[in-house]
Write a protein that binds this ligand. Sequence first.
Ligand SMILES: [Mg+2]
Length: 227
Amino acid sequence: MGKFSAVLFDLDNTLLNFWEFKQEAGKAAAKAMAECGLPDKEENIYKRIFEVYDEYGVEYQKTFYRVVHSYGLETGQSERIQQAAIVAYLREKFRVLRPYPRVKEILRKIKKVAKIGIVTDAPRNKAWMRLVLSGLDSEFETVVTVDDTKVQKPHRAPFESALRRLRVDAKDVLFVGDNNDRDMVGAKNLGMKVCLAKYGEQLPRTRHVELDYEISDFGELLKIIEE
Ligand SMILES: [Mg+2]
């Protein structure tokens, strides 16, 4: 028996290079919009895309509509530019989105000593698309998405849902995530051990939490689990 009975993971920026994909796909969309005749410079369009993400969240589904709409073009022209943006975005997404180095190999080693699952704030369809795209869709015993509990981390509900599904006690679980305020605070509140994935960290830490482990590379996880 291993040191932990289960290891739970956040998905975006913990297992997958979500932020890199978001930036690259955003650039591709901005370029496509400028080329299609949106009357602005690529870098301004890119900025507007990220302003929409800041306001509505990165999972917002009408980002390009909002951006294009603000220029007040004729309907057909607007639609053409929006669709060009979506196509460019998706092409870039399919090209760029991938697991961090060695993720699959290391997950398979962890699976020999512990159950593994995901607790993500992404919508169910987006989470599964990202898992399929990155070739990780058959690795996990459970995947809890925001659609399952309707609340986001650090709320207890998504963590509890994963514990129930895996039939494990919080004290025997390690949670790995890049977001201090959501992943670390939430998992710690339930009594899990927590490991911050520093390589994926994008947001400032505004809440104090006693971290049990920090890793700057996914591979470092093996030592923690096997030690
Ligand atoms: Mg994350």
